[in-house]
Structure formats: C-alpha cells, structure tokens
Ligand binder design. Structure first.
Ligand code: ATP
Ligand code: MG
Length: 439
C-alpha cells in the first residue's frame, strides 16, 4: 500500500484524554478513534492488526479441536430468563426494546444462546464432546470504560463453549483450551501467566485468568518468579487426555493467582520468590458443570440409554483488549514495536527523496517486487521530509524498514532497519529483498 493513498491519520501530539501508553499510541498511530464512551471505530491500520490477532486466535482454537460458528450480537431476553440471568446480570447489560415491544439485549456473553443452539440438535452421546466458538462483538455497559480498547463497552471477544458427557471429559476440554491459550498468546509475543481466579458472576469451580504483566494493568496479581522466564510454544497432543492433564498440573506448580490468599503456601512471602505486580487479563477460562445445561434443560442420551446432563465450560479471549496489551508489552519512546506476527505490514519502504529519479525508480521497483513476493508492504512515497517518514514508520511500529536515499542508491545500497532493536545494516537491494522475504 502506498502511504500517499492510504488513510492513516497519525497524530503528532499525545492526546490529553489518554492515560496509559497503549491508549495514547493507538490514537497517535491512527489505529482507532473513539466514537462514543467506550466505543471505538477501527481505522484501517487498527483493523489490519485486529484481524491478525483474531486469525491467530482462530488458528489455535481450530488446532485444539474447537469448531467455529457465528452467533448474533442481539439476543432475546427470554433466552436469558431460561437460565435466570436476565434479572441477575445487572446494569452492565444493554437492554433494548424492538418495535413490537419485545425485550432484547446486546449480548455481553453467549452461554444461553449456545446452550439453546446445542440443545436444538444434540441428541446422544455421539454428539459430544464438542467445543464451539465464535469471534464476535460484545457489549457491556461498564461503569468506567477507560484505557481505550482495554476496557471498552463494545469489544471483540473470542468465546468458546464446551459440552461433555461428564466432569472428566469437561476437564479434558478445559485442558485443551488451557494449552491453546498459552500457544495463542505466545504467538503474539506475550507472556501470559495462567492464574487461579475467582469464578465471578458466571460461577463455577475451575477457573484461570491469563494475565500479561504490566504496571498499568487493572488486576493485582501474585506469582512465583519462575513465571517471568520467557516461553515459546507448547507442543502438545490435544487428544492425549492423560498427558494433557499431567502437563496442566506441572505447568501450574509455580504459584500464580489474582488473590494472594488463594492456596498460598504459608512459608511464602512477597519479596523472595513470590512477586506482586499488576497485570492485564487477556483471557479467562471456566468449568461450570451443569450451571446452564440443567436449568435450560439440555439433555442427551448416554451410551447406556440413560439421560445425561452435559457438563459445560466457557473460554474467553479479549481480542480487542489484546491489541492494547501487546502495545503495553512492546513499545519504546518512538512508538509501537509490533511483534512480526501481528504487524499491520511486515515491511516499510521509506523513499527519502521522491523528487530524485533514481531513488523513486528503485523504491517503486522494490515495492512492486515485495508485493509480487506476497510480502505485506507499506510504501512511504509521500512528499515529506525524511525525518517525518522515519518518525511515522517507528510510531506505527513496522518491523522491517528499508530506507532508500540518493547516496545509497549511487552506491547500489539501501539501509535495512529492524524496529525491535534499531539495528541498521547497508545491503544491496537484492539482499534486502531476500532478507525480508525470508524473515
Ligand atoms: P474483567 O474482569 O476485565 O471485567 P471479565 O472477567 O468480565 O473481565 P470475561 O467475562 O471472562 O471477562 O470475558 C473474557 C475476556 O474478555 C476477558 O478476559 C477480557 O480479556 C475481555 N474483556 C472483558 N471485558 C472487557 C471490556 N470491557 N473491554 C475489553 N475487553 C474485555
Ligand atoms: Mg468484566
């Protein structure tokens, strides 16, 4: 994409209404604009990153055996009366009346709807286990929407729901999601620590929150220092029930919880191996048994012909919140440093002198060849000073930047810069092309 034709409204100054760095940078880099309290429009660059985050989430859900569908944002109040949550949910729920005076709501979550959908067609034990998920907008009328997309009112969530014949099966489904989550966040360059959590308004008895450490995070957390060690992906066989369970318990051996009092060995004190910090909740998984299946009358026929009430779990990831969390974890004074996996473009080309024929010919040619190679490239061909172009590329966080200037071109070289560490090398155009294509 040529920057001269793009819609990429970057801001020079930090907006005064933004308190935390990710919110400031999201506004400055032209990723989002607020359209109402806690409601955001995703500008082209933000939309590209949001899609990449959602794609990673989707791939890891699919790999763990979950099946994608898409449920609507609007739901009927009657559905929520079946579980008893319509009255219980409180003012976070946006309630709407249609022209026929039917009570509707903008879904804050989808346990009721998925249970009803599953109930319609699941008949026997052969229809289980199943885990279904969607990536869909949610609305929660938060008292204090803040920190940009971090705590919005409308936000994008991946929510999955598992249906199993018994508790042991439901635990296997839970363990699948547990590892799928670790892999999802690792692919985005995040260290998300699974922490024992309160089961909250959804209720239940097995629950973990995935927390990215950040001083600006809303949750206070306690964890063993082992959790700070970086990790890569976990190679697991999602179908191997026993190995998965063993991996799960091994993984959770070092202490991590959102409340210090939870199961903390007595001898542990903050200061030694136990650390206290703040963190951002990017995901939350629950096992809650028959909490919805029972009142909503979901029944299937078991292998021996008897009626079985399926055990359920639900598994959320804050897809839009993740963008804020990634920026909190990866930025510097100049702007965002996108991990390659979610960057809006992999390569940026900076043409230092659009009035110089040789420069422009070289930059145009490189741009065409990168596009042909299928590399996502943003070409700064604007009539602007070099300094402004450098600042923009760094602000919007493009991982690889190729600078083309008249002096270099005269020698047959360009400069390749890595946004992450600022490392710069002079290379021939061919070598630069090969390097970024292979990376
Ligand atoms: P929180 O404690 O932050 O309000 P929650 O426990 O209400 O979160 P869940 O119902 O488990 O959240 O939702 C799943 C995920 O959706 C959360 O882990 C979080 O990443 C994301 N999420 C929840 N509320 C918001 C919000 N207001 N804005 C953006 N993302 C959110
Ligand atoms: Mg909440």
């Amino acid at each position: 994409m040529r920057l001269s034709r793009h819609f990429l409204p970057v801001l020079k100054e930090s907006p005064s209404d933004a308190q935390i760095v990710s919110h400031k940078l999201m506004l400055r880099a032209g990723l989002v604009r607020q359209t109402a309290a806690g409601i955001y429009a995703w500008l082209p660059l933000g939309q590209r990153v949001l899609r990449k985050i959602a794609d990673i989430v989707r791939e890891e859900q699919d790999r763990a055996g979950a099946i994608e569908l898409l449920m609507p944002t609007l739901q009927s109040a009657d559905l929520w009366r079946e579980s008893g949550r319509y009255d219980a949910y409180g003012p976070e729920m946006l309630r709407i009346t249609d022209r026929h005076d039917r009570e509707m709501l903008y879904g804050p979550t989808n346990e009721e709807m998925i249970t009803a959908i599953f109930r319609d067609s699941a008949r026997s034990y052969r229809d289980l286990p199943r885990t279904l998920y969607h990536i869909q907008w949610k609305f929660r009328d938060e008292v204090r929407p803040r920190f940009g997309v971090m705590r919005g009112r409308e936000f994008l969530m991946k929510d999955a729901y598992s249906f199993d014949l018994d508790e042991a099966g439901a635990h296997h489904s839970y363990h699948r999601m547990f590892f799928a989550y670790l892999n999802t966040f690792a692919r985005m360059g995040l260290r998300a620590i699974p922490m024992q959590a309160d089961t909250g308004p959804i209720g239940g008895d097995l629950s973990h929150e995935f927390i990215v450490l950040a001083p600006t995070g809303e949750s206070e957390v306690f964890f063993d220092k082992q959790w700070e060690e970086p990790v890569s992906r976990y190679v697991v066989d999602y179908d191997d029930k026993d190995a998965l369970m063993e991996g799960f318990y091994n993984m959770l051996a070092p202490y991590a919880a959102t409340d210090e009092k939870r199961d903390l060995p007595k001898e542990q004190k903050i200061g030694g191996d136990l650390k206290q910090s703040r963190g951002i909740e990017v995901g939350h998984i629950f096992y809650f048994g028959e909490k919805y299946s029972k009142p909503m009358n979901l029944r299937v026929q078991g292998p021996d012909g008897s009626e079985v009430i399926p055990h359920m779990g639900s598994y959320g990831i804050g897809v839009s919140r993740l963008m804020g969390a990634i920026i909190e974890a990866s930025h510097d004074d100049n702007g965002i440093i996108w991990p390659d996996a979610v960057a809006p473009y992999k390569v940026g080309i900076i043409n230092m002198r659009i009035d110089d024929e040789a420069c422009t010919a070289a930059a145009d040619d490189l741009y065409a060849r990168l596009q042909k190679a299928g590399v996502e490239v943003l070409y700064d061909d604007r009539d602007e000073r070099g300094g402004a172009k450098f600042a923009t590329m760094d602000l919007i966080g493009i991982p690889w930047q190729i600078v083309i200037g008249p002096k270099g071109i005269a020698k047959g070289v360009v400069e390749l810069k890595r946004r992450k560490d600022g490392e710069k090398v002079e290379l021939s155009i061919e070598d630069a092309l090969a390097k970024v294509t292979e990376a």
